[in-house]
Design a binder for this molecule. Structure first.
Ligand SMILES: Nc1ncnc2c1ncn2[C@@H]1O[C@H](COP(=O)(O)OP(=O)(O)OP(=O)(O)O)[C@@H](O)[C@H]1O
Ligand SMILES: [Mg+2]
Length: 493
């Protein structure tokens, strides 16, 4: 390993990922069991060693072992010898563990406002009409200074939209109550999937992903994604949100000597499955532009064609593990994968892809001036850290020792807008109730009890509107200046 490149392994010559071009993105592909995760692991090790922080989603729970030194085995020392890794030193790397559900790591939260209508629509699986209504709701929230923190806030906003459907239709375009109802039902499903954990405060400070330890090693941020994967939309949307936030928050730095962060997106096909064109365009745009913020994005996927052309063509560093080619469809994939490489006169790319051993890959990285290197058949180096998961005990120790515990583990103990609003709403409701009682008292002499009970029912439904109005007023005074970002999320200035 050198301080300007990550050692990947050996073909005829040692192969490196040049840190200067690590922000030109990458792809790690290959059939199951061919060595994708270990390749990701050794790249993450190299980046960390070079002082580059890493973010990685851990889909199978087998990446946390990167925090522990590997137990040396024969096949590993042999491999180290073959690739010329000397000395081969077992090393644990500094990690920070994260979990959207707050169980296997520090919770990651975002506000509804930060998520924005486009990503939320995707998350909720809304159709165009419903997305239009949600976008309108966000615009209303912007215009009226409503700060949307958690799903309760969003629900309140939707009630407001439904109540004012007529008025809003005139101002913003057609709002159908049916669409609002559909969004509300989807929201319920989302909450049942546990997404309400994710919306709220303290929201993630992205700079906490950009840390190095006291020795200057880049922290490897590992997101537990095993449970998250059961709700693929939440998984994909969350990672996309993270990317877009990084893009929004980080300053422009051009092409740095080494990246500020490298982001590994495992099971990348989930990002693109059934993604509407508008979203794909945004992904492409974010991937293209995030480079100049010094962020490298590496997609990890079984099938290299899972990544659409417009994104794939931006992935300069490629590690292609073995693919199978039994069916015509698989053969097409192999052919397409082979065509992405600059040919090597020594072998036929097409043939080699299907013959690669485990932990062996076709590699091509960007060389001087960002030109892609000729494809190489590379034996990937063995990891210095453990392959596979950490124990429960090791996990607890890491979480407890982390400085992020204090910052994120507990919901921040301060009054949020929602609570303030609730209080105001209750106060207003109390005052209203008092007024109603006074009114009732004076009327009770004249009217019978049946009509008064009818009035109570009507009052109750009015009360909700009043509390929503209070919500609005209070939020207006709290809201900071918000500027729409590239993904329709909101940027704090
Ligand atoms: N570079 C390597 N050095 C040593 N062993 C390796 C290497 N790459 C792969 N292996 C071996 O192959 C096994 C499978 O690799 P890995 O878990 O990376 O596959 P994968 O492509 O991620 O599979 P899946 O698609 O199922 O997640 C590892 O557990 C390890 O034993
Ligand atoms: Mg894997």
């Amino acid at each position: 390993m050198t301080d300007h490149a990550v050692f990947l392994g050996k073909s005829n010559n040692p192969q490196f990922l040049d840190l200067k071009y690590a922000n030109r993105h990458g792809l790690i592909a290959g059939a199951t069991g061919t060595g994708k995760t270990v390749t990701l692991q050794i790249i993450a090790e190299g980046l960390s060693q070079a002082g580059v922080p890493v973010f990685v989603s851990d889909v199978k729970g087998d990446l946390t072992g990167i925090s522990q030194p590997v137990k040396i085995k024969d096949f590993l020392t042999k491999r180290a010898d073959v690739v010329g890794l000397d000395p081969y030193e077992p090393t644990g790397f500094p990690v920070c563990l994260w979990d959207l559900y707050g169980k296997q790591g520090h919770p990651i939260r975002a506000t509804v406002t930060e998520m924005g209508p486009l990503l939320l629509s995707r998350l909720l699986g809304l159709n165009d009409t419903q997305e239009g209504v949600l976008t309108l709701a966000f615009r209303l929230a912007d215009d009226e200074g409503l700060l949307l923190l958690d799903l309760k806030d969003l629900r309140a906003l939707l009630v407001e939209v439904a109540n004012r459907a007529k008025e809003l239709s005139a101002e913003y375009g057609h709002v159908s109550r049916a669409s609002v109802g559909a969004i509300q039902r989807r929201l319920l499903t989302l909450e049942e999937q546990g997404a309400d954990n994710f919306f709220g405060e303290p929201a993630l400070d992205l700079y906490d992903f950009l840390k190095t330890d006291e020795n200057g090693a880049g922290i490897i941020n590992i997101l537990a994604a095993d449970k998250l994967m059961q709700t693929p939309k939440l998984y994909a949307t969350f990672l996309l949100w993270l990317l877009s936030e990084l893009f929004e928050e980080l300053p422009e730095i051009g092409d740095p000597e080494k990246p500020k962060l490298v982001f590994f997106f495992d099971e990348a096909h989930l990002l693109f499955d059934e993604a509407p064109k508008a979203l794909l365009d945004k992904v492409e745009q974010v991937v293209r532009l995030i480079r100049s913020k010094g962020v490298g994005v590496f997609f990890v996927s079984q099938n290299p064609l899972d990544v659409p052309d417009s994104v794939s063509s931006q992935l300069g560093n490629r590690v292609q593990h073995a693919l199978r080619a039994f069916t015509p469809r698989e053969q097409r994939v192999v052919k397409a994968a082979a065509e992405t490489f600059r040919p090597n006169p020594d072998f036929k790319t097409l043939d080699v892809i299907t013959e690669l051993g485990i932990g062996e890959a076709l590699t091509s990285t960007l060389l001087k001036k960002g030109i892609p290197g000729i494809v190489q058949q590379t034996l990937i180096r063995p990891p210095a850290s453990r392959m596979g998961p950490i124990t429960k005990k090791e996990r607890t120790e890491i979480i407890n020792a982390s400085s992020m515990s204090d910052k994120y583990d507990e919901m921040r103990d301060r009054e949020s807008a929602y609570e303030i609003l609730q209080k105001r709403a209750e106060r207003i409701a109390r005052e209203e109730e008092k007024a109603r009682q006074r009114e009732e008292k004076s009327r009770s002499k004249k009217t019978n009890s049946r009509s008064s009970s009818r009035r109570t029912t009507r009052r109750r439904s009015n009360r909700q509107t009043v509390s929503e109005a209070a919500f609005k007023t209070a939020a207006r005074t709290l809201a900071r200046e918000l500027v729409r970002g590239v993904l329709g999320s909101l940027k704090r200035r």
